[in-house]
Ligand binder design. Structure first.
Ligand code: 1SD
Ligand code: ZN
Length: 260
């Protein structure tokens, strides 16, 4: 398989583009969002998330060596807010933890990196019949991105998820979860967001993602963040941490916002 890494070995992120040419493109992600340069778009529609709540079924949660990923049912959709309908595929996180203070979000705000970041990946199901077909098309994917910050209180909507990490400690391990409420894992306020055209943040870095980055962060307790950062192992049985890509040049792109 792929041997790319974030920071070690010959195919670390500085060298991804040598093997995966799209990683050197001019619409790459993540980016640093600079508030002063964001353009308010008063016509940007609010998102309507359908089927995000109280799901019962069998959902695969796996350690893919780069992150923890939960596969999502096709009943989870974005039904308003984009020109097309998008169907959920999976969600995963990026985090830090190299040392006690290291943050690990992918997007940054005015140069500030949050503790961690959640990506809920969707594909354009109005135009394409599967994620596989959509993943390298310019209008193929939509990812909803949320920052995590640390606070004083435990976020009980994350308790089961974080406890389950111990069951998939090693790269390649997976388990089935039977209850899932993604809406409760998100911030209450979804009205303020940034929008731009970018790419997968991992090889092969296809420039196929319409990114929506929400302003309101999700709060986890310090211990919860610590558990996220220190439980999983990568393919080399080293602690899986700092699985984020550095900010990429904005070039001639404009970041829009839904709010002033
Ligand atoms: O890192 C993920 C990768 O695991 C895969 O999910 C890919 C396609 O959805 O997307 C990237 S990311 O851009 O969502 N970080
Ligand atoms: Zn991601």
């Amino acid at each position: 398989g792929e041997k790319w890494t974030y920071s070690e070995g010959e195919l670390d992120q500085k060298h991804w583009a040598e093997k995966f040419h799209e990683c050197g493109g001019n619409q790459q992600s993540p980016i640093d969002i600079q508030r002063r340069k964001v353009r308010y778009n008063p016509r940007m529609d609010q998102l309507v998330l359908t089927g995000y709540e109280d799901m019962r079924g069998s959902f695969l949660m796996k350690n893919n060596g780069h992150s923890v990923e939960i596969q999502l049912p096709d009943t989870m959709m974005i039904t308003k807010g984009f020109p097309d309908h998008y169907t959920a595929v999976q969600m995963h996180l990026h985090w830090g933890g190299w040392d006690l203070e290291a943050s690990g979000s992918e997007h940054t705000m005015d140069g500030i990196r949050y503790m961690a970041e959640l990506h809920v990946v969707h594909y354009n199901s109005q135009k394409y019949s599967s994620f596989q077909e959509a993943k390298d098309k310019p209008d193929g994917l939509a990812v909803l991105a949320f920052f995590y910050e640390d606070g004083h209180f435990e976020n009980t909507y994350y308790s089961d998820f974080l406890a389950n990490l111990a069951n998939i400690k090693y790269a390649g391990q997976s388990m089935i979860i039977t209850n899932l409420n993604v809406r409760s894992m998100l911030p209450e306020n979804l009205n303020h967001f940034f929008r731009y055209q970018g790419s997968l943040t991992t090889p092969p870095c296809h420039e196929s993602i319409l990114w929506t980055v929400f302003e309101t962060p999700i709060t986890l307790s310090h211990n919860q963040i610590r558990k996220l950062e220190s439980t999983l192992m990568d393919h080399e049985n080293k602690t899986l941490w700092n699985d984020y890509r550095m900010a990429q040049p904005l070039n001639d792109r404009v970041v829009e916002s839904s709010f002033l």
